[in-house]
Design a binder for this molecule. Structure first.
Ligand SMILES: NC(=O)c1ccc[n+]([C@@H]2O[C@H](COP(=O)([O-])OP(=O)(O)OC[C@H]3O[C@@H](n4cnc5c(N)ncnc54)[C@H](OP(=O)(O)O)[C@@H]3O)[C@@H](O)[C@H]2O)c1
Length: 337
């Protein structure tokens, strides 16, 4: 198929372009070329989607499928105006942040309540308005669905995306931590649920959607699994012999100023409960039925570790540093006797 990737210079967009090229599709990526480079051998055209004519480099061309990763509603509106009538199928990579309810486990994409769309004056969450990320994605979803036609639009609401080229401090924190070995601070309860989706599994699903014409709203999120399984499988894949997990209560972590999810002093894939009990526990049975697959954790872990070793300059520092982790563990052992 002729595929247009709106993006393609980083992480998920690059994975879509790489896998599409490998599958023999005719791929064009359109971006500014500021965030990174395109995949070798893939056609790359320059365009700035901040401008209404940002897609002029592909004027007059037709595509069987589009994959769009934008976070800005205006980008979506410009793309629809430029491409409507010239594309067969449109996949929009949205996010599970479109859902306002973070607390209720087992929500489904086809029935869960959505945020109201961002008002027209709010267009770029990265301008210090990350609380408007979900509403901006809702506005972009609406623009694409209404402009292209619901029967040709796949709204893929991604959960946490992990794997090679992930420049966040989330999954890579755990990869680096397991590689270091020793006594690993495991947050919360072993039974708490986590979920994530491998970037290549998500990219494969986007390609499948383009070739089969999948339409509708789905969650691109992994099956929830206990955090004990996640950390144990990661340890078995990456850690030196003798590496142990010490489970530390969330109340104690909060008391010690250990922070959730990402950033300084954070333990990623850990969120306060019960407030976030619905964040990594979505019901993704429909997505699995529609072709979303999940590879073994060890595969994701090893590919991510290889990438982190090959491109250390792209790995974002963050999370609980070694000395702070050791100090929290010392305190925990003192309290536990
Ligand atoms: N990471 C996660 O865990 C996660 C979770 C849920 C949902 N998501 C969603 O998943 C998607 C991830 O996409 P991604 O990994 O490819 O990364 P991304 O950081 O969202 O990439 C944005 C892409 O758009 C291009 N772009 C940005 N501004 C542009 C402009 N003005 N004109 C033209 N192109 C522009 C960028 O290239 P240039 O800068 O080179 O132009 C880049 O290729 C996003 O939609 C994100 O919201 C991510």
């Amino acid at each position: 198929m002729r595929l247009l990737v709106l993006g393609g210079t980083v992480f998920l967009g690059r994975a879509v372009a790489r896998l599409a090229q490998a599958a023999g599709h005719d791929v064009t990526c359109l971006a500014r070329g500021e965030s990174g480079g395109a995949i070798d051998g893939v056609r790359f055209v320059t365009g700035d989607r901040d401008r209404p004519d940002g897609l002029s480099a592909v004027d007059g061309e037709t595509f069987d499928a589009v994959v769009d990763v934008t976070i800005r509603p205006s980008h979506a509106r410009h793309a629809v105006a430029a491409l409507a009538g010239r594309v067969g199928h449109y996949s929009f990579v949205s996010t599970c942040n479109v859902y306002p309810d973070d607390a209720t486990p087992g929500q489904r994409a086809d029935t869960a309540k959505l945020h109201d769309p961002a008002p027209p004056e709010v267009d770029n969450p990265r301008d210090g308005q990350m609380d408007m990320y979900g509403p901006c994605k809702v506005a972009a979803e609406n623009a694409i669905r209404d402009g292209i036609g619901a029967d040709r639009v796949f709204l893929c609401r991604a959960g946490l995306i992990v794997g090679p080229e992930d420049r966040s401090d989330r999954f890579p924190y755990w990869v680096a931590r397991m590689r270091r070995g020793g006594e690993v601070l495991a947050p919360g309860s072993p039974d708490d649920l986590v979920s994530f989706v491998d970037v290549d599994d998500l990219a494969e699903w986007l390609l499948l959607a383009g070739t089969t014409g999948l339409a509708g709203a789905y969650d691109g999120a992994g099956l929830p699994m206990p955090r004990s399984r996640f950390l144990t499988e990661l340890r078995d894949a990456l850690a030196p012999d003798g590496t142990t997990l010490t489970w530390v209560d969330q109340e104690f972590l909060v008391e010690q100023d250990v922070r959730p999810w990402s950033g300084e002093r954070a333990l990623p894939l850990w969120l306060p409960l019960p407030e976030y009990a619905g964040f990594m526990t979505r019901d993704t049975a429909r997505s699995v039925d529609a072709g979303l697959t999940a590879r073994p954790i060890a595969d994701t872990a090893l590919r991510t570790a290889d990438w982190m070793q090959a491109f250390p300059q792209d790995v974002k520092a963050g999370g609980l540093v070694a000395d702070d982790e050791a100090s929290v563990l010392r305190e925990w052992h003192v309290r536990s006797v």
